[in-house]
Design a protein around this ligand. Structure first.
Ligand code: ATP
Ligand code: MG
Length: 182
């Protein structure tokens, strides 16, 4: 179980020093009322966010980076998704390169422009794999010179959706108490 809002806040504060150093503003937009306990692999989510935010910081030289999280309405199938946006005002990506972005070792800006950004070109390939392992999707849109937006949607089950059986959590003044093996 993990708390999506605090996971995002954690990753954002890890990245904040690098954004500050570049005079880029890092804006966090966390929807009110997100579930506090969702089932899933918090390590994967952290890796996904680190990769996307790391890219945003690396390829942005002025302006802002927005990291937002909200939950989708429940679908007809009863599914709820976490929807993450990482949007930057960075160098952007040419339309013709967008399709190959998620391939391993593919780097759009590695040469030219007089700047060497480093890296291996694996980040987005790994990111997409992790997202697919979690049953989610990633998409990207970009405008060269203006910025880039990655959109990630991940299905999740809030803790309350699970069959708690006899071990329903205690509720004390609105606090939900989990047993040790949760
Ligand atoms: P690594 O992540 O392995 O350190 P990398 O960042 O170059 O290396 P990816 O994260 O896979 O590799 O990204 C692939 C390429 O996509 C980048 O080299 C860059 O050209 C482009 N790219 C990714 N994110 C952005 C972004 N936010 N703005 C502009 N270009 C981007
Ligand atoms: Mg990267």
């Amino acid at each position: 179980l993990f708390d999506p809002a605090s996971t995002i806040e954690d990753v954002a504060s890890l990245m904040a020093p690098r954004a500050i150093e570049k005079h880029v503003e890092l804006i966090l937009d966390v929807e009110d009322g997100l579930p506090v306990f969702v089932q899933g692999d918090v390590g994967k989510l952290r890796q996904i966010l680190l990769n996307l935010l790391g890219n945003a910081v690396k390829f942005t030289h002025a302006g802002q980076i927005l990291l937002s999280i909200r939950q989708s309405p429940r679908s007809m199938e009863g599914e709820i998704r976490l929807e993450l946006v990482v949007r930057d005002t960075g160098i952007g990506i040419t339309a013709s390169k967008l399709d190959s972005l998620f391939q391993t070792y593919h780097q759009v800006h590695e040469t030219g422009g007089g700047q060497n950004y480093g890296g291996t070109g694996l980040g987005l390939a790994i990111t997409r794999n992790l997202i697919e392992l979690m049953g989610g999707q990633i998409s990207v849109s970009s405008e060269p010179g203006l910025g880039t937006e990655f959109f990630v949607s991940l299905p999740f089950a809030p803790y309350a959706d699970f069959d708690l059986g006899a071990s329903a959590p205690l509720r004390l003044d609105g606090l939900r108490v989990l047993s040790v093996d949760d």
